[in-house]
Design a protein around this ligand. Sequence first.
Ligand code: GLA
Length: 662
Amino acid sequence: MFDDGRLCFGGDYNPEQWPPSVWAEDIALMRQARVNLVTVGVFAWSRLEPAPGRYTFDWLDEVLDLLHAGGIRVALATPTASPPPWFSVAHPGALPVTPEGVRLHHGSRDTYCAAAPAYRAAALRIAGALADRYAHHPALALWHVHNEYGTICHCEHTAQAFRRWLADRHGDLAALNEAWCTSFWSQHYSDWAQISTPRATQYLANPGHLLDFRRFWSDTLLAAYREQRDLLRAANPALPITTNYVLGDWVPVDHARWAGEVDLVAVDHYPSAVDIGAEEQTALVGDLARGWARHGSRDPAGAWLLMESAPGHIQTPGRMHTKEPGRMLRHSLAHVARGSRGAMFFQWRAPAGGAERFHSALVPHVGSDSRVFREATELGAALQQLAEVEGRVEAGVALVVDAASGWALHHPGLPSPRLDHRQETAAVHRALWHAGYGCDILPPGDPLDGYRLLILPALYLIDDTTAEWVREYVAAGGHLLATYLSGVADEHARVRLGGYPGALRDLLGMWVEEFHPLAEHDQVRLRGGGSGRIWTESLRLTGAEVIDSYAGGVLDGRPAVTRHRAEAGTAWYVSTRPDADTYRRLLDEVTRCAGVTPVCPGAPAGVEAVRRRSAHGSWLFLFNHTDLPQQVPARGTDLLTATPVDEAVRLPPGGVAVLREH
Ligand code: GLA
């Protein structure tokens, strides 16, 4: 019912922020721009339930009817990410508590503890009231549960729930003490009641404790989602249900685990770089989202939806950067190329007030006579022309991402504060992207058929099952590239003894004796002419050959990159973070040995190519990220301009083409 064959285009629509006189214009403009899906009600709790149990649905009735009459479908949200002031006043014990024990107050959003029974009950009540009233409304295409699950709390409700979760996970205290290595610093627990959440403490906290707290929150937030989902599903089993993922290692959500619980993986993406980094991040997020969708649905194509993005700006850590003309289209289609069933935005119309008053919108403050709205209209038309695109993204490389490894590398007490699984993933993904290789991102344990190269980017936590999964892949002839710290610790973040990386050392034909972390701006030279940063190590070889060595410094002449023939396969190891050019040269060598080829070998540097293939055909997306015209040898029909291409696609600076290939 959700997928009606069209690509989705639209965004968060907040009619509760506007007088009804604006609604008719909204619908007219949406039709003009070819908007076909809007998320409604995501922060409307106080307007839907102004007092406990008293509902005011009249305005939403009218809005949904208007949208339906205008041919615009609705992702109806449950508004539970922002409880109304009356809730906080009535249930102060359900307000969130920081690690320092400070109770936060109303005044923003997400002011609740998702482990507090009063919050869960109130959330279910408003979700149930919406389900009763709208589950069969003809405008509805999708339920959108909550918004960006990701909050943490340290209150007493949380502590109790955490203890129950720990008892389920570990069985008894002896197992927990073992997993957390509590003999260190006299932390041995003799009663469950002694365990609190990892609150602010005197010095370094226990890594096992920190890691389990993240896992607990992922499961607790998932339980909160499931409660709402099950209630909505009971009201109309035909309507699909999703929730929008927020990205970042700070989020206590294991998105791969959650993917099996949603009918559609939906992702919010806001790049933080203004240069080509924004395009790199876009590609990375598209590949991540598709990997979650494939993991959850077991559908090789892995359809997902870009649920939010910013129409007109990029939010950098310091300022808002206005997107250059054409960038909204490029970013949107780059997500579609990677499997998104459309492009959705936060938000439809820019509000006059409220915390996000200057956030960009499809209809900006100035109104529809604006560049952003004109570009939105062009995007709406482009998406309509791409409805036929389907199938699997061509990818010969599999990159492994694991939420727990990301969390564990943020723990205190590690040998360097610059260790970061997501950054390491981004670095290798970036190198693959610039060289034009298609890449799937997947969680440990997913099927590896068809991949010629498996990459573990600082995959710090490797349990025995994952180690065996990697070993079998290599034994069967696969190529493995592991970067530093992969497999150093087990699933409890306990270091595997006997030479790092314990989980992989036999496969790699070497072991690491000592770490030599680098200072923030340090760079280490390699004898092959390249350089590395962040990390170096002293390696001891047990069968691996040296591919590159350190040049200068304490590790002068010692191996930096190694390769080992292991059974029918090959295992490469990289003991530093290669700089961009070094990484690209290394990957050229690794992919050549592994037999991985670029998606479009004739594409010039700066032109991104993504190919989708199904039983019905193949489609080639081309993005010119340079400021010069470019030409790419190809044949087919450009769907955006409906023109045949006989020999080569000509792309203007910043141009995009989508070819149905012959
Ligand atoms: C998130 C939220 C939106 C909005 C945007 C702003 O993705 O879901 O409500 O706050 O960020 O970028």
